[in-house]
Design a protein around this ligand. Structure first.
Ligand code: IMP
Length: 334
C-alpha cells in the first residue's frame, strides 16, 4: 500500500547535487524505499556519510540508511560494474545484500554495447553502453535482469513490492537531468532515458500518491559532452579547478555557464516542482560574481541578495507549482 512518494528531479544537465539531497531527505523522512528511475552506469552520485565520500552509479543512497534500495524498470545495469559496486559498499560496512532490489524489467548492458561506444565522439557519451542498451530495449532485442543469473538474488517485480499489504513511503531519485532528457533535452546531445518526473511515474506509482517534487539546480550550470557549451571566460576555468567540476563517472572536465532563468522556469513547470533547491550558492559567493542568463543575455547583480531576490520574484511569477526555494551553501545538507 503506497502512502506517498517524493521525487528528486535534476532540472539541468546532471551533476547538480541530487545525491546530497537524497541523503538529506532520507535522513529527514521515514521512507521505506528509495528508487532509482532512469539511467545506469553513466550516472555518478556523490554523497558524504560518516566522513566518507561515497560515489555510486546504480545503487541509491537508501542503502547507507538501511532502507530498501530499488533499481526501477526504466534503468539499465552493467552487471560487472554493479557487482563491483555491491562489494565496494559491503566493504564499507553497508548491508547491500538484504536491501538491494532490482525490478525484473531492467535491461542489461552487454559487453558488445560498451565496445560499440569505444570511439563515440558525436555526443560525447560516457561510453558505458547506455545508449545501445536502450536502443535494443526499444528494438525489443534486449536482455532483461530477470534472465540474468548473477542478479537472481535481487530480482523482484516492482508492482508486488509496492502494492502489497505493508505501508510504503517512497523517495524517487533520478539520474542525469532535464536538459539531458531524451525528449526535452537538446537532442541529439542527450542521454537515452526519461529524466523527468514522467520517468518516476513509470514505476507503477499512481500520480495521486506524489507528495513533493524536489527540483535540483546549481547556481551556475555544467554540462559534459561534445557540444560547445562554455563561453570563453577565464572565470569558468577558475571555478572548474577550484571547485572540482570534473565528471564523477569519467573524470572529464565539465563545461560551465551561468544559470539560465528561462530554462529553469521551463524545467520547473514541466516537472511540477514544489521545492526548488539551488546548490553551490557558496561558489558564487566565493567568487563574488552573481550572473544569470535571461533571453540569451548575461545579467549581472551587485550582491547575493539581489541575485536571490531576482530569482525569487521571477519564479513566483512564472511557476505556479513552486512553494519553496532554498539556496544551499554546503556539500552536506540542503
Ligand atoms: P550517455 O548517457 O552515456 O549516452 O551520454 C549522453 C550524454 O549525457 C553525454 O553528454 C554525457 O556526458 C551525459 N551524461 C550521462 N550521464 C550523465 C551524468 O550522470 N551526469 C552528467 N552528464 C551525463
Amino acid at each position: 500500500m503506497i502512502q506517498y512518494a517524493d521525487i528528486i528531479v535534476d532540472l539541468q544537465a546532471g551533476d547538480t547535487g541530487k545525491g546530497k539531497v537524497a541523503n538529506h531527505l532520507t535522513e529527514q523522512n521515514d521512507y521505506t524505499h528509495i528508487i532509482r528511475y532512469n539511467g545506469g552506469g553513466n550516472a555518478g552520485h556523490t554523497f558524504y556519510h560518516n566522513n566518507n565520500k561515497i560515489v555510486t552509479h546504480n545503487i541509491t543512497v537508501g542503502i547507507i540508511h538501511n532502507k530498501k534500495s530499488v533499481i526501477g524498470p526504466g534503468c539499465v545495469i552493467d552487471t560487472k560494474k554493479l557487482l563491483e559496486e555491491i562489494e565496494y559498499l559491503e566493504n564499507m560496512g553497508y548491508n547491500v545484500k538484504d536491501k538491494l532490489l532490482i525490478d525484473k524489467r531492467v535491461h542489461i548492458v552487454k559487453q558488445e554495447y560498451i565496445e560499440e561506444e569505444t570511439n563515440e565522439t558525436i555526443i560525447g557519451t560516457t561510453k558505458t553502453g547506455t545508449g545501445p542498451t536502450y536502443r535494443n530495449k526499444y528494438d525489443r532485442k534486449g536482455l532483461r535482469a530477470e534472465n540474468c543469473e548473477e542478479l537472481s538474488p535481487y530480482i523482484i517485480d516492482i508492482y508486488d513490492e509496492l502494492h502489497g499489504k505493508e505501508p510504503v513511503r517512497i523517495l524517487f531519485e533520478g539520474a542525469q537531468g532535464f536538459e539531458l532528457d531524451i525528449d526535452w533535452g537538446d537532442y541529439p546531445y542527450v542521454t537515452s532515458s526519461h529524466c523527468t518526473v514522467g520517468g518516476a511515474l513509470n514505476n507503477g506509482v499512481p500520480h495521486q500518491k506524489i507528495r513533493d517534487v524536489y527540483g535540483i539546480a546549481k547556481a551556475y550550470r555544467t554540462y559534459v559532452g561534445s557540444k560547445k557549451f562554455e563561453p570563453s571566460d577565464e572565470i569558468f576555468d577558475y571555478i572548474r579547478n577550484k571547485f572540482d567540476e570534473f565528471g564523477a563517472t569519467t573524470g572529464r572536465a565539465r563545461q560551465l555557464n551561468w544559470l539560465d532563468i528561462n530554462e529553469l522556469i521551463k524545467s520547473i513547470n514541466i516537472n511540477g516542482v514544489t521545492t526548488l533547491i539551488i546548490n553551490k550558492f557558496d561558489v558564487l559567493k566565493e567568487i563574488n560574481t552573481f550572473n544569470i542568463i535571461e533571453n540569451n543575455d548575461v545579467k549581472s547583480f551587485e550582491s547575493s541578495d539581489e541575485f536571490v531576490q531576482y530569482i525569487q520574484t521571477k519564479l513566483s511569477k512564472h511557476c505556479e507549482t513552486l512553494s519553496d526555494i532554498k539556496f544551499s551553501e554546503t556539500p552536506y545538507i540542503i
